[in-house]
Structure formats: structure tokens, C-alpha cells
Design a binder for this molecule. Structure first.
Ligand code: SF4
Length: 286
């Protein structure tokens, strides 16, 4: 049986940067506080927690004083920077450059939209850290659209400018924009921005072809990673023999019967490569 790991799977560069920064502090100082989960992957979090990382929430962050705090790749609100300064925290800012650019763009566009009584839309998931950070740039005054059911929130006689969470599904965004176009009075009132991250969107096309090359696909991802779930769905649609697991213990012997000659292992942007390697090494033992 041939077992291959997809070379293009695993952490995106934004997550790599955050983890490298954390590892560096842990090696020198033995302790760092991560504001929110550094990555949507339990196994990687455990690895870092064993080295001294402590995950805190925003309430802890406001109460604590003089700590070394990691701002993860998803980015933070301007208030978090103010709190850090007031509480004497040292910030290790690992906001992904792609997210940082988007935050600045959202801020600038909101200023312009205000001049023309326009509406700034963010397509994304309510409560997602990146969305919270984006909304924070404009005092929460953007309009969050999670799906078609939210489109009634918009006034179609006024200008609309759209942005999206970097990890949002491009087909879903396209559908929402098409719906807005149907409703808007004048198309010149609409401006759309493609702000999905290519590190994610390129993987859909790649996994589409990767998953077709194998008898069985084992997708490794965190249960709370929406990016992993979406990429897994792409595999499943192209190869019905695709299985989602979070660690090697979840592998099942019956997936690999005599008819299986080639197994492909892949994962999301929050899946560590070492975990995919562990999975690859466990399959022969089964
Ligand atoms: S998915 Fe893209 S935007 Fe998000 S952290 Fe990774 S590289 Fe940055």
C-alpha cells in the first residue's frame, strides 16, 4: 500500500509565523499567554501548552497585568492594543500580514462609505476572531452577512461595499454577491472586494485533483476548524472514500481493505505536518 502526504497541506504562512513566534518565546522564556486559541487544532495546542503556552480569553487579558501575550494570526481589535498598553502587557503580534492589510482596507473604506451614506458589508461567521477584529476596526458599524437570510439587513437604495473573512468559501461569496446584484437599485452603487486568502482558496482546486488520485483519502483536521471542514467536504465530493480524523487514534482498520492500494493524507491550514506524518506512520501498523 502506497501512503502519500499532500505536500501542499498543513499550516498556511500566517499560522507558521504565529507558531514560530510562540516557539521562540517559549524556548527563551518558558511562558507565553495566547489570546484565544493560537490555531484550531487541539494537538498542536497541546504541544505548545506542554512547552509553557497558556491560552487565555479576553476577560483574562483585561484582568491580567504585565504578561507576554500573543496576538494570533486572526488579528485583534484596536481596543486590545489599548488594553495591552494600559495593563503593561508585552505583545507578540503575529497578526497575519494578509489580515492586517484587510483590516486597514476595511477601515479606509468605512471612512469613505460614511461620506456617501453607504454600508460596509463583511461576509463571514459571527463571533469568528478575524470577523471580530475586522468589525473592531470600524467600531462594530459594519453589517455582518453570514448567509442569504441576512441580506434583508441591507438598504438597496444606498451604496454598498463588500469584504469577506479571508477563509470564507468563494462560491458562497459569489452567491451572496449575485443576490445583492438582483436586489440593488443601481449596480453602480455596489463595490465588491475579493478578500479571500489564496492560501485557502487555492487549496480547494488542489485538493479536488489530489483526492481523485487515491483509493482512500484521510483528511486530518481540528474538529473546530471551519477551514478543515470545508476542505474535507471538497475531498469527499471528489472521492467518496474520504475520512475526517483529528488524530491517529481515530483511524479505522476497515477503511484499508485489500482493494486499497493508494492512500492520500491531507489537511487544512491549521493542521500541523507532524500530525499528518503520525497518521501516515500509524496506517501500516493497522
Ligand atoms: S489563511 Fe491566509 S489570511 Fe488566514 S492566517 Fe493563513 S495566510 Fe493568513
Amino acid at each position: 500500500m502506497k501512503i502519500e502526504i499532500d505536500k501542499k497541506s498543513g499550516f498556511c504562512f500566517g499560522v507558521v509565523k504565529a507558531i514560530e513566534a510562540t516557539d521562540e518565546v517559549l524556548e527563551k522564556e518558558g511562558k507565553i499567554y495566547s489570546l484565544g486559541q493560537i490555531v484550531h487544532n487541539k494537538e498542536e495546542i497541546s504541544r505548545l501548552e506542554d512547552k509553557g503556552m497558556i491560552t487565555i480569553n479576553h476577560d483574562d487579558f483585561r484582568e491580567m497585568k504585565n504578561r507576554t501575550v500573543l496576538f494570533r494570526a486572526h488579528g485583534e481589535t484596536p481596543e486590545s492594543y489599548v488594553t495591552a498598553k494600559q495593563n503593561g502587557h508585552r505583545v507578540i503580534d503575529a497578526t497575519c500580514p494578509v489580515v492586517l492589510r484587510l483590516q486597514k482596507k476595511v477601515y479606509r473604506s468605512f471612512q469613505k462609505m460614511q461620506e456617501v451614506n453607504g454600508q460596509l458589508v463583511i461576509f463571514g461567521k459571527r463571533g469568528h476572531a478575524e470577523v471580530v477584529g475586522l468589525m473592531g476596526q470600524i467600531g462594530g458599524r459594519g453589517i455582518l452577512i453570514e448567509g442569504e437570510h441576512d441580506l434583508d439587513k441591507l438598504d438597496y437604495t444606498r451604496p454598498i461595499e463588500t469584504f469577506s473573512q479571508t477563509t470564507m468559501n468563494v462560491d458562497k461569496i459569489k452567491h451572496l454577491i449575485d443576490e445583492i446584484k438582483k436586489r440593488i437599485k443601481d449596480l453602480s452603487l455596489l463595490k465588491t472586494n475579493n478578500t479571500t486568502c489564496r492560501q485557502v482558496s487555492d487549496r480547494f482546486a488542489h485538493l479536488r485533483s489530489f483526492s481523485k488520485k487515491y483509493d482512500v483519502i484521510v483528511f486530518v483536521g481540528g474538529k473546530n476548524s471551519s477551514n478543515s471542514k470545508m476542505l474535507y467536504e471538497e475531498c469527499k465530493q471528489n472521492n467518496p472514500q474520504s475520512y475526517f480524523i483529528s488524530n491517529p487514534e481515530e483511524l479505522k482498520k476497515e477503511w484499508f481493505d485489500e482493494s486499497v492500494h493508494k492512500v492520500g493524507i491531507c489537511g487544512g491550514t491549521s493542521t500541523p505536518f507532524w500530525l499528518m506524518e503520525n497518521v501516515a506512520n500509524t496506517i501500516p501498523e493497522l
